[in-house]
Design a protein around this ligand. Structure first.
Ligand SMILES: NC(=O)c1ccc[n+]([C@@H]2O[C@H](COP(=O)([O-])OP(=O)(O)OC[C@H]3O[C@@H](n4cnc5c(N)ncnc54)[C@H](O)[C@@H]3O)[C@@H](O)[C@H]2O)c1
Length: 381
């Protein structure tokens, strides 16, 4: 039983995801003595941090006892590290991934993997042809609320699933009176901005697995706040959408509905709610909790709800209890990917799954441009 070091390049390490998720969880795995494999060996992640600013990347490395840090991605890719994680801003990701594939690195990257489905599939094919392992971050179904929703679905609780409704978003300040909570690149197309590209990357795999694969989309989008203030206090014009509405059809005949906006003030249990109605029961989940209502617990709400206090619509829902201990989502994803690389364990979110997510955004943009429903064709390598 040996300790086996495995080098991981984190490009974009100083960013929010880079620092608080990818670096933090890989360091935690190393600190805990490595990831135990089936044969008893332990895989110890060794990190190389890459960032744009020499002082910040050096400071981050020193603060966490990491020896290798650079501003030169090519220099990092020329090294012996086995895995490339790109969690830098979305814009320009395909070019960086192509370089990493050419350098023979296994690819594990943030979503969205590319701006268009064609480029996303090109990356999947390149990695596959080169015999490299590849994966994309798809974390939401590891959050307790949605993990329970998936459990409810897989138990057959719903009967025939009729519909799924995603209600997501919150108010993102424009930076004038209160600091904006999202980086300004999110609002510039050239840097990979746009809410559909950003969030369809989650809705695609969530609905595909919680309901059934999405087969058609019709979307409407808007830029509710056309001017914002950036990190330097400068005003800039927003050229990407911050509001997305979409109607969907799924393979098994369910109807889907997505309301997603960075210009809404939520009055609901969580900023990200998923509600599924089925013939035998319904469920409503946020990131942390999931509630169900079976057919036999369904109160009369058509006539009684017509008078104040006539029916309590929040009653008769039962919380799904915590029955399994879940690792934090990004920790789970890293463990899965490391096992995929080290012992060929199966991996669900490959770059093909990443491309499906980009495809939904791509076709939603097409639907808006052409003002029509668009079919979602199957993607294969
Ligand atoms: N899986 C998830 O739930 C999730 C959540 C948030 C973000 N993300 C994804 O992670 C990636 C990074 O997002 P983040 O929120 O950490 O972003 P961030 O702005 O906090 O970090 C971006 C990083 O990229 C670097 N960078 C390179 N080019 C840049 C540019 N033109 N403008 C700004 N920064 C640039 C920055 O130096 C920084 O290290 C994005 O692709 C995003 O879609 C995923």
């Amino acid at each position: 039983m040996a300790n086996i070091p495995i080098g991981v390049i984190i490009n974009g390490a100083t960013g929010r995801m880079g620092t608080t998720q990818h670096m933090a969880h890989l360091l935690a795995i190393a600190r805990e003595g490595g990831l135990k494999l089936g044969n008893g060996d332990r895989l110890i992640p060794e990190l190389t941090l890459v960032g744009r600013n020499a002082d910040s990347i050096k400071a981050l490395a020193v603060a966490h006892g990491i020896k290798r840090a650079t501003t030169d991605l090519d220099e990092a890719l020329a090294g012996p590290e086995k895995i490339f994680m790109d969690c830098s801003a979305t814009g320009g990701r395909p070019e960086r991934v192509r370089k990493a594939i050419a350098a023979g690195k296994h690819i594990h990257i943030e979503k969205p993997t590319a701006p268009t489905v064609e480029e996303a599939m090109e990356l999947a094919r390149l990695a596959h042809k080169a015999g490299l392992k590849h994966g994309v971050i798809q974390d939401k179904l590891y959050l307790p609320g949605y993990a329970k929703l998936l459990f409810v679905r897989n138990s057959g609780f719903f009967g025939r699933i009729l519909s799924v409704r995603v209600d997501a978003g919150s108010w993102i300040f424009d930076g004038t009176t209160q600091e904006c909570q999202r980086p300004s690149w999110n609002y510039r197309k050239k840097d990979g901005g746009g809410l559909a590209l950003d969030m369809m990357a989650h809705w695609r795999y969530m609905i595909d697995r919680l309901v059934s694969p999405i087969t058609a989309v019709s979307a409407l989008m808007d830029t509710a706040i056309p001017e914002r203030v950036d990190e330097q206090g400068k005003r800039y014009k927003v050229d990407a959408e911050d509001t997305v509405y979409a109607l969907l059809r799924t393979k098994d005949g369910a109807i889907g509905q997505i309301t997603n906006s960075w210009a809404t003030r939520p009055r609901r249990a969580d900023t990200m709610m998923v509600h599924i109605d089925g013939t035998d029961g319904s469920a409503s989940a946020g990131r942390f909790q999931c509630f169900t209502q079976a057919a036999v617990n369904t109160p009369e709400a058509f006539i009684k709800a017509a008078r104040p206090g006539g029916v309590d619509l929040q009653a008769h829902w039962e919380e799904v209890p915590d029955t399994i201990d879940l690792l934090p989502p990004f920790r789970q994803l890293w463990e899965n990917f490391l096992r995929h690389v080290a012992e060929d364990a199966p991996l669900v979110p490959t770059l093909v799954e990443g491309a499906k997510a980009v495809q939904l955004a791509d076709l939603a943009y097409k639907s808006v441009a052409e003002r029509r429903w668009v079919d979602v064709p199957e993607l294969t390598l």
